[in-house]
Design a protein around this ligand. Structure first.
Ligand code: F6R
Length: 579
């Protein structure tokens, strides 16, 4: 949930780490801090955002630094709770992403032995535990204390006067980068890619010792080697590239993301598990859950394979009877609920398949098989291109089951996104701006698209929005409809068109402003609407893609007009690594 970054080399480490933390801010942004291991060890840490902090690293210097950008879990956002955390003597500094589950027991023991805590965080116990065993060999000290820690961690540790960074991983992602006379350690590749493309992904239990020219890794006390990988993303993919926000940049990347994902999956021959199973269970959270719901509709309707979709957070504690194939869908590959749910599925002897975006993420270590979507780094907290990439994976899987019956249509489907990107949505935005509540409705596979549209709207504009299956609106939510409550309805041609029109007329009778998405030249729909948005490729499955993009753009432009912090909405973080 937090971002950590460490650098050791011949450059100006505090500046390099500060810049790297800016790239990681999407993982958490309520406070940040940097430590350098001089004599004395120096720390700068503050509540607030790095982007607003100016040249706060100016007082620091040296060739080694570790830093952190936080999304609070234990203790409010404050200067004291910001990382790095130090031991009592100011000799050791730690940055940590994860949760120490047994921290309160450890803290009680440490306090009883005379340690003084300066923060409310779980992380600080690590610094004090190290203090008790550190006698000049930092790696040995880290190895000694880690067995006492229960939970998840990616951590970086430095000590006064020591010329190394020690990194350790357990259930939280940690990537190492090998540069020219410099080594890096980070929560993900985004701060590393501008320095080097050579990376290694640590495994659970790994402890690494970094110097400018060497990286030594051990696991369980034995030296281990980890495979070197080359990052293929362009540096621009992790930067805004002229767009005002990452979200709009990522929305515009979607035609390429869709076709790259389809093309790569075709060349890779993904596992054909789906052909052999009697039923499929899909588990996910948030936007990935909505994508899974789309898949359920398509899988059942087009392939006659029964599918159920469960929230990962529910599945974990209220596991239904489950057999066959369980698929976990997660952009980050680090969502704690989805990881735990997949572990439970494996305990029930199900085959497990992960659909993920981040290469080397934790989910691919848990699942029997992994399919990678090809969205590239998604920086904006609100998921957009990863949702389209998930749909691309699902459409490809359906095409595989149907032995290429949809291949030709998939070759062109990205054009639906291209066309949606060109639409002028200003009238629809005007209609949404004064609203306190907005309803999004659809039927069939457009119902989860409506859910996703509502999620995008509420998370970045802070306007309350609800997605509903259109037929459900009159079973309660009707009471809320008025001339101040816009309804956005997706109404493409098809079997449910007639009944959608009836629903829309019922809403019109309540004076509700109607923003309607339907086939171009649908005069009936246009006449009844307050704002009509022609849905590119409305009559094919690619209409799902264009409807998604329209609702993403509507949320984006509404939030922008309201001057919201679009890429970093309040209270949210990109990668939800806590349950
Ligand atoms: C919404 C959003 C979240 C994520 C959810 C799951 O815009 O980004 O709802 O979709 O936290 O994340 P992943 O897919 O990484 O498991």
């Amino acid at each position: 949930m937090c971002g950590i970054f460490g650098y050791i080399g011949r450059g100006r480490a505090p500046e390099i780490v500060l810049e790297g933390l800016k790239r990681l801010e999407y993982r958490g942004y309520d406070s940040f801090g940097i430590a350098v291991p001089g004599n004395p060890l120096q720390v700068v840490k503050k509540q607030g955002r790095i982007s607003d902090a100016g040249d706060c690293a100016a007082s620091l210097s040296g060739p080694v630094a570790i830093g952190h950008t936080r999304w609070a879990t234990h203790g409010v956002p404050s200067d004291a709770n910001a990382h790095p955390h130090l031991d009592c003597t100011g000799t050791l500094a730690v940055v940590h992403n994860g949760i120490i589950e047994n921290y309160s027991i450890l803290k009680r023991e440490l306090v009883a032995r005379g340690h003084v805590f300066r923060s409310e965080t779980d992380t600080e116990v690590i610094a004090h535990l190290l203090e008790e065993v550190y006698h000049g060999d930092l790696k040995c000290a880290v190895e000694t204390i880690l067995p006492r820690i229960k939970g998840s961690y990616a951590l970086l540790v430095i000590a006064r006067g020591d010329t190394r960074i020690i990194a350790a991983r357990q259930h939280s992602p940690l990537v190492l980068g090998m540069g020219d006379g410099a080594s890096f350690a980070a929560s993900d590749m985004t701060p590393i890619v501008e320095h080097t493309r050579r990376v290694m992904i640590l495994e659970d239990g790994d402890i690494a010792s970094l110097t400018p020219d060497t990286i030594q890794i051990s696991n369980g006390g034995n030296p281990v080697e980890r495979k070197e990988e080359i990052i293929r993303w362009s540096v621009d993919a992790a930067r805004k590239g002229g767009f005002p926000h990452f979200m709009i940049k990522e929305i515009f990347e979607q035609p390429d993301v869709f076709s790259d994902t389809i093309r790569t999956l075709r060349s890779e021959d993904p596992p054909s598990l789906l052909k052999e199973v009697p039923q499929v269970t899909l588990i996910a959270c948030g936007s990935s859950y909505h994508a899974a719901l789309v898949f359920k509709y398509l899988l059942e309707e087009r392939c006659r394979i029964p599918a159920r979709v469960e929230y990962a957070s529910e599945f974990r504690y209220f596991t239904p009877p489950v057999e066959g194939l369980v698929i976990g869908i997660t952009q980050s590959g680090e969502t704690a609920d989805t990881l735990m749910a997949l572990r439970i599925a494996a305990l029930h002897n199900c085959s497990t398949l992960a659909i993920a975006n981040a290469v080397g993420s934790s989910v691919s270590r848990i699942a029997d098989h992994t399919i990678l979507m090809r969205a590239g780094p998604e920086i904006s907290v609100a998921a957009t291109k990863s949702f389209i990439a998930e749909l691309a994976v699902f459409l490809h899987l359906i095409d595989m089951i149907r032995e290429g019956a949809c291949a030709a249509r998939l070759d062109y489907a990205h054009r639906a996104i291209d066309e949606a990107l060109l639409l002028d949505l200003s009238l629809a935005v005007e209609c949404c701006l004064p609203a306190k509540d907005i309803f999004f409705v659809g039927r069939g596979a457009y119902y989860p698209i409506a859910l996703e549209g509502a999620l995008k709207m509420k998370e970045i504009s802070y306007i309350h929005a609800e997605g509903y299956a259109a037929g459900e609106i009159k079973h309660g939510p009707f009471a809320l409809l008025s001339e101040h409550t816009p309804v956005i309805a997706i109404c493409p041609p098809g079997d449910s068109y007639g009944v959608m029109m009836s629903n829309i007329r019922e809403m019109k009778a309540r004076g509700t402003p109607l923003i309607l998405l339907g086939e171009k030249d649908d005069r009936d729909l246009e006449e009844i609407s307050d704002v009509f948005i022609p849905l590119p490729w409305a009559s094919s499955v690619a209409g799902l893609l264009s409807a998604t993009v329209i609702l993403q753009l509507l949320a984006y432009h509404t939030a922008n007009a309201l001057k919201r912090d679009i890429d970093k909405p309040r209270n949210l973080a990109k990668s939800v690594t806590v349950e």
